[in-house]
Design a protein around this ligand. Structure first.
Ligand code: S3P
Length: 442
């Protein structure tokens, strides 16, 4: 699915229910981990997005059968069936950092050579953080730019377990090593300074291979995986909707656009940092539990407009809201006292340098923002104005600009808007359904 490349979004009042696409992190894992099962795994609710298509295509190149088709609820449904082996071509992960990092871990356990690459944005992102621990497990890995950036050449097989200490709390690093650990001799542990999203752990348990996970008092998280003797046990995986996509509407609601409910959202506590952050700012957020799916809690999230105060985000909350920090800046602008974010240096190595690109985008719609090495400060009492924003290939910046337009005093033109297809190709449909207005310019 694609999205138009240049749009103009108008200020609007929004209200109603929205069913955003399936969660991106869960969609990747349903496919990548599903390929470790003995029999085909049925998947449903997958995001019909560019990133998920990258994982599906990569798996096919690595020998899996992936059959997906659109379902009535807007998601993709179908099956994935391994096993995976040495690919007969270069594996292109497109814009998807999660595909590249997790596949690096998987490829480390496969005899033969796997070459992983991606688009210009992905080829700029660091890979040594996964390559070094995988090398320690026995994989031979080379990467461009002195081992720092893709393309990545992996000669896998013959892994031994490791005990890796990651300097950053990253689910991608943790998952890459855990997936390599499935094919290692002996147990593998990953220690992280703070907990990160535990979708890999939950899905492995759902498919019959539990991972031990402990969180200590100082916040340190340790996960330990044992080698997989046979394949995983097939079980259906229904993917809940993406809280990171819902976040755009929740922030719009909190800033006064109107009452909005995002239904059927993955409510894993390590993904609901946006809810905690909005509540800290003083927003009224209701979380109604709706059971669970493939080991993940599911909930409807409703935000009602109200006066926002101000907040500072740091530590665990920043890990839990890492992908929502761009759009949360708008909540800071429309609050009374503003929003300050610390400990978010990771934003500099996302799909763009998200601190720099966000600051440029906010200034382009007349908002004051202070860019910091590890975050930002947005003063309160501000309302976006009209302007032109360039997304710089970053889907979350494109959608943040769209929400700025909704909340603003005049239209915002967004270039490079097509990037939204990475996670949320139906963004403009949902905007229209909630009462918003967009003009497609190109
Ligand atoms: C993801 C983990 C996070 C997040 C990314 C998806 C995942 O990245 O920003 O969008 O699915 O594991 P890091 O693990 O690099 O923090």
């Amino acid at each position: 699915m694609t999205a138009p490349d240049r749009v103009r979004i108008h200020p609007a009042e929004l209200s109603g229910q929205v069913a955003v696409p399936g969660d991106k992190s869960l969609s990747h894992r349903a496919l990548l981990i599903g390929a470790f099962a003995d029999e085909p795994v049925r998947v449903a609710g997958l995001a019909p997005s560019g990133d998920v298509a990258s994982s599906a295509a990569a798996l096919r190149t690595m020998g899996a059968t992936v059959e997906l088709s659109p379902a009535d609820d807007g998601g993709l449904t179908g099956t994935v069936h391994g096993p995976l082996g040495e690919p007969d071509d270069v594996v292109d992960c497109g814009n998807s950092g999660t595909s590249l990092r997790l596949l690096a871990g998987i490829a480390a356990g496969i005899e033969g050579i796997t070459v992983l690459t991606g688009d210009r944005s992905l080829r700029r992102r660091p890979v040594d953080r996964v390559a070094v621990p995988l090398q320690r497990m026995g994989a031979r890995i080379d990467a461009r730019d002195g081992g720092h950036r893709p393309p990545l050449v992996i000669r896998g097989g013959d892994l031994t377990g490791t005990d890796h200490r990651s300097p950053v709390a990253s689910a991608q690093i943790k998952s890459a090593i855990v997936l390599a650990g499935l094919r290692a001799s002996g147990p593998t542990s990953v220690t992280s300074p703070l907990p990160s999203r535990d979708h890999t752990e939950r899905l492995l348990a759902h498919l019959g291979h539990p991972v031990q996970r402990e969180v200590f008092r100082d916040g340190t998280e340790v996960v330990t995986v044992t080698p997989l003797e046979r394949g995983l046990t097939p079980a259906d995986v229904v993917v809940a909707r993406d809280p990171s996509s819902a976040a755009f509407w929740l922030v719009a609601a909190a800033c006064g656009a109107g009452t909005i409910t995002a239904t059927g959202v993955c409510a894993n506590p390590l993904r609901l940092g946006v809810v905690t952050a909005l509540r800290r700012l003083g927003a009224a957020v209701e979380v109604i539990e709706r059971g669970s799916s493939a080991g993940e809690p599911v909930a409807d999230l409703t935000v009602t407009p109200g006066q926002l105060a101000g907040a500072t985000l740091q530590g665990q909350l920043v890990v839990d809201a890492i992908d929502e920090l761009p759009v949360l800046a708008l909540a800071g602008a429309c609050s009374a006292e503003g929003l300050e974010v610390h400990d978010a240096g990771e934003l500099r190595v996302k799909e763009s340098d998200r601190i720099a690109v966000l600051a440029t985008a906010l200034r382009a719609v007349g908002l004051e923002v202070e860019e910091r090495p590890d975050g930002y400060r947005v003063p309160g009492g501000q309302r976006p104005g009209p302007g032109t924003v360039e997304a710089h290939g970053d889907h979350r910046i494109a959608m943040t600009a769209a929400i700025a337009a909704v909340l603003g005093t005049g239209p915002v033109e967004i270039g490079g808007f097509g990037a939204v297809a990475t996670s949320y190709p139906t963004f403009l449909d949902d905007l229209a359904r909630l009462g918003g207005r967009a003009e497609v310019l190109a």
